[in-house]
Design a protein around this ligand. Structure first.
Ligand code: NAP
Length: 203
């Protein structure tokens, strides 16, 4: 049994980071009594194309968590060249902090995708999954999937959280259509998007 810290990993493309991501991380911290949360913007993803450059996604993540003492930015994936894979990231973290217990924080959608990622069973060995079941989800379907993943070694904790109807896709569309994004992202992030004129010409 690991006796060190309990650390959450809030990984994301964060294109852009928004209040749903922040609520998810805070919920995991409170419900699983985590010591801190690492916000980890992804680097290159082989699964997503036309993603805003990493440097700007990182800048927005830094602005979003600036006022939160228990949230910390991790650049492990952002600074890696080539594609990033969660199994490799967890390998690096576990090797340098063998006593730390890691909780990889995810929305329930990811529970249905994670078997297609590289080395899912290795991910399950190195981190527990903290899975948000937003209140519009069919919890039985999520739990059934979770039970199947548990057979492969996954340790899954379910987080209760209210549905916050925010997505990065909608935020980009709002900006492009000159609609407000107030209340969807922290004010500092909204200001950065405006200042850098991000997403104004999205396809
Ligand atoms: P993202 O779109 O930025 O989302 C990050 C997380 O926030 C997801 O778990 C998402 O869950 C959740 N979320 C989004 N909107 C939310 C809301 N309104 N309320 C609550 N939760 C919300 O990032 P992503 O592209 O899914 O990537 C997530 C992580 O998976 C990253 O660390 C990435 O590197 C990793 N990943 C790894 C591989 C691999 O290793 N092969 C492949 C793909 C992704 P939902 O999806 O349920 O909305």
């Amino acid at each position: 049994m690991k006796s060190g810290k309990r650390i959450g990993i809030m990984g994301g493309t964060f294109n852009p980071i928004h209040n749903g991501h922040l609520l998810l991380a805070q919920t995991a911290k409170e419900q699983l009594t985590l010591d801190k949360i690492l916000f980890m913007p992804s680097g290159n993803s082989y699964m997503k194309k036309n993603v805003l450059e990493t440097e700007k996604r990182v800048a927005m993540a830094a602005l979003a968590i600036a006022g939160h003492p228990d949230f910390e930015l991790s650049l492990i994936e952002a600074q890696k060249s080539g594609n990033t894979y969660t199994c490799e990231t967890l390998n690096l973290l576990s090797a340098s902090n063998p006593d730390t217990r890691y909780f990889f924080i995810i929305g329930a959608d990811i529970l249905f995708q994670i078997e297609q990622w590289r080395n899912p069973e290795q991910i399950f060995r190195m981190a527990a999954l903290a899975c948000a079941v937003r209140d519009d989800y069919d919890f039985q379907a999520v739990q059934k999937k979770g039970d199947a993943l548990a057979e492969l070694g996954a340790e899954i904790y379910y987080l209760n959280m209210p549905k916050l109807d925010i997505s990065s896709t909608d935020i980009r569309a709002n900006v492009k259509n000159s609609l407000s994004i107030s209340g969807l992202v922290p004010p500092e992030v909204a200001h950065y998007i405006e200042q850098e004129r991000l997403y104004y010409e999205e396809d």
